[in-house]
Design a protein around this ligand. Structure first.
Ligand code: IMP
Length: 209
């Protein structure tokens, strides 16, 4: 089956592609649909943003779309940056600026209050007629960790250098991509999506993942 990943975030796309490798799902990206309009993420929940992105891409492409809206929720900041993770440091935000801002805000927070979680909500949307899947599903994946006091590790993207995952004793940016993809919020959400796809009544031509 064809699945269009509704994201322009290369970090997310790379991980989702890696996790779907070896299945019978053919992953397409927005690069395959250059005219696909940009979706403004202006909703207040991960779920609403994910649904908005997946609906727009399913509508435009006529294919089943999978969108991921995700972010970091820090306990000591009342869940911030949350849905604003990508834009945390304001206009012109990038990963480095976001990480620096988070470090500044967490400067005086003691070790025992540095808990945080990555949250990923995925929306799977099909528009019926051509796909045989006329429905919408959303799932959530969460992974708990702690915010470090400095950036550690060169890998991953976003807040990975600040997210310490204690079962491995390192940050997500210090873990290899396969290791991160086994335990991440995105992996946990995607496992549920694969389950949904496997249980769906699909036209025979789709096959199974
Ligand atoms: P979105 O495109 O609105 O879903 O933004 C997601 C943002 O959350 C990214 O730009 C990152 O800042 C952050 N984020 C989401 N998932 C991850 C991850 O796996 N590692 C690090 N940062 C992440």
């Amino acid at each position: 089956m064809d699945l269009v990943i509704a994201t322009r975030n290369n970090g997310k796309l790379r991980e989702i592609k890696a996790m779907l490798k070896g299945t019978r799902i053919r992953v397409l990206s927005l690069d395959d649909f250059p005219g696909c309009p940009e979706v403004v993420e202006d909703k207040e929940t991960f779920r609403e943003n994910a649904l908005k992105k997946a609906r727009a891409v399913a509508e435009y492409t006529g294919k089943i779309a999978l969108a991921d809206d995700s972010g970091l929720s820090v306990d000591a900041l009342g869940g911030a940056p949350g849905v604003y993770s990508a834009r945390f440091s304001g206009p012109g935000a990038d990963d480095l600026k976001n990480n620096r801002k988070l470090l500044r805000m967490m400067k005086d927070v003691p070790d025992e209050r540095r808990g945080a979680q990555f949250v990923c909500v995925m929306a799977l949307v099909g528009r019926g007629q051509s796909t045989g899947f006329g429905t919408e599903k959303t799932v959530k994946g969460i992974v708990r960790g702690r915010i470090t006091r400095e950036m550690r590790g060169p890998r991953g993207f976003g807040y990975d250098p600040l997210f310490y995952y204690s079962p491995k004793g390192m940050t997500f940016a210090q873990m290899g991509p396969e290791e991160k993809n086994r335990v991440s919020h995105r992996a946990r959400a995607l496992a549920k999506i694969k389950d949904i796809i496997n249980k769906m009544q699909l036209p025979h031509s789709w096959g199974r993942s």
